[in-house]
Ligand binder design. Structure first.
Ligand code: IPE
Ligand code: IPE
Ligand code: MG
Length: 242
């Protein structure tokens, strides 16, 4: 009860970005294959969407597959892609019911055609939804995103639709995959690793970071509330003086 009142009084971050890490270690602890950790991790990700919205979070962005994750075994990569396939297909109805808008960021060109097709179907069918803005980073790498943005921008300069002197932070930002989204207020990483692993480097420049030892498959609403409590203790100065 006390907790509930506290959550209601909390300053809720508008955009929370999560590096969901520790699926493999969770499985290893249970003598299960890494893929079992990913399956549980996927269930947790779906639940966290509901929990985030309950708490008043408007934007939730999760790191599902990095540009570096292709280095993993074919079996593991295949299983992760299948989980994403399953999510895209099974979410059509659920997102319609819950008013969730889904976006996928990352370089989609390297994804299988059927997956790309179900991603665009889900993005298209949820684009008018006004509830949670749920973004999944797939084959996402921040450096790759910046290079892709620079290429698009350079093309626009070359064809005279963009003036070099007109390039500022807002213009550059508009070339990123996250163009329409606000910057994350809070970045959470599970599993005890203290690094950002190429997740949203431009966008998290002024985000607050919350690191927890909890492994992603064990993460739940209680843990999310802890992260928000931590966020509430931060004094965000953005370079100014308070
Ligand atoms: C995060 O869990 C999921 C992905 C990176 C896709 P990991 O698979 O990285 O789990 P650990 O870090 O090996 O425990
Ligand atoms: C980051 O986790 C990528 C995702 C959560 C999708 P990793 O497990 O791949 O990152 P590193 O290798 O520990 O930096
Ligand atoms: Mg990991």
């Amino acid at each position: 009860m006390t907790k509930k009142i506290k959550t209601e009084e909390m300053n809720i971050p508008g955009h929370v970005a999560i590096i969901m890490d520790g699926n493999g270690r969770w499985a290893k602890k249970r003598l299960l294959p890494r893929t079992a950790g990913h399956a549980q991790g996927a269930r947790v990700a779906e639940q966290i969407c509901d929990d985030a919205w309950d708490l008043g979070i408007k934007y939730l962005t999760i790191y599902a597959f990095s540009t570096e994750n292709w280095k993993r075994s074919e079996e593991e990569v295949g299983m992760l892609m299948n989980l994403l396939r399953k999510y895209m297909l099974s979410s059509l109805e659920k997102c319609a019911k819950n008013n969730v808008r889904v976006r996928v960021i990352g370089d989609k060109t390297r994804l299988a055609e059927d997956l790309r097709k179900s991603i665009s179907e889900l993005e298209e069918s949820t684009k008018e939804n006004t509830g949670l803005n749920f973004t999944i980073a797939i084959n996402y790498g921040g450096r790759d995103e910046i290079v892709r943005a620079v290429k698009k921008l350079a093309k626009d300069v070359k064809n005279n639709s963009l003036d070099i002197d007109g390039i500022d932070e807002d213009v550059f930002n508009s070339y990123l995959d996250t163009a329409e989204m606000p910057y994350p207020d809070l970045m959470i990483r599970t599993s005890g690793e203290l690094r950002s692993s190429n997740f949203l480097p431009w966008q998290i420049a002024y985000s607050e970071f919350y690191f927890t030892d909890v492994l992603w498959p064990d993460f739940d609403k209680k843990e999310l509330i802890k992260a928000i409590e931590y966020y509430n203790q931060r004094d965000r100065r953005f370079g100014g003086v308070k």
